[in-house]
Design a protein around this ligand. Structure first.
Ligand SMILES: [Zn+2]
Length: 125
């Protein structure tokens, strides 16, 4: 594996803004959902393969509980805490953001302007 930790995983693939999304918003993204960059308004998502890999331990735990492989409540709770913490840590530092639409410098500029207008509107109220 190459130096994955040094790669900025919360940078917008369109405009390069970092962070592109608040961390909580990134946590809500699944392999098939998308969000708007808070700077350029373009659509971004998480890389499906890594997002799925990050969710895998939690998913396996749910399968183990559902199939009766795991029956001790205390173990379930501890493992749930560990797998969810691992998932969030992987999302924050290892799952990169991917473009979910084609963008051009013109679109990024237009999106930035749209965002700026919205911010001014909210501030003026
Ligand atoms: Zn952006």
């Amino acid at each position: 594996m190459t130096a994955g930790a040094a790669r900025p995983v919360n940078r917008c693939p369109h405009c390069g803004a970092e962070p592109c999304l608040p961390l909580w918003r990134k946590f809500t993204l699944g392999p098939s959902s998308k969000a708007h960059c808070r700077v350029c308004d373009c659509l971004v998502g998480v890389e499906a393969l890594r997002a799925s890999a990050a969710m895998l331990p939690t998913f396996l735990l749910i399968v183990a509980v559902a199939t009766g492989l795991l029956q001790v409540i205390a173990t379930m709770i501890v493992l749930l805490g560990v797998t969810v913490a691992a998932m969030l840590a992987l999302y924050a530092s290892w799952v990169p953001l991917m473009p979910e639409q084609l963008s051009s410098p013109t679109m990024i500029e237009a999106g930035r302007a749209r965002r700026a207008v919205r911010r001014r509107g909210e501030g003026g109220r």
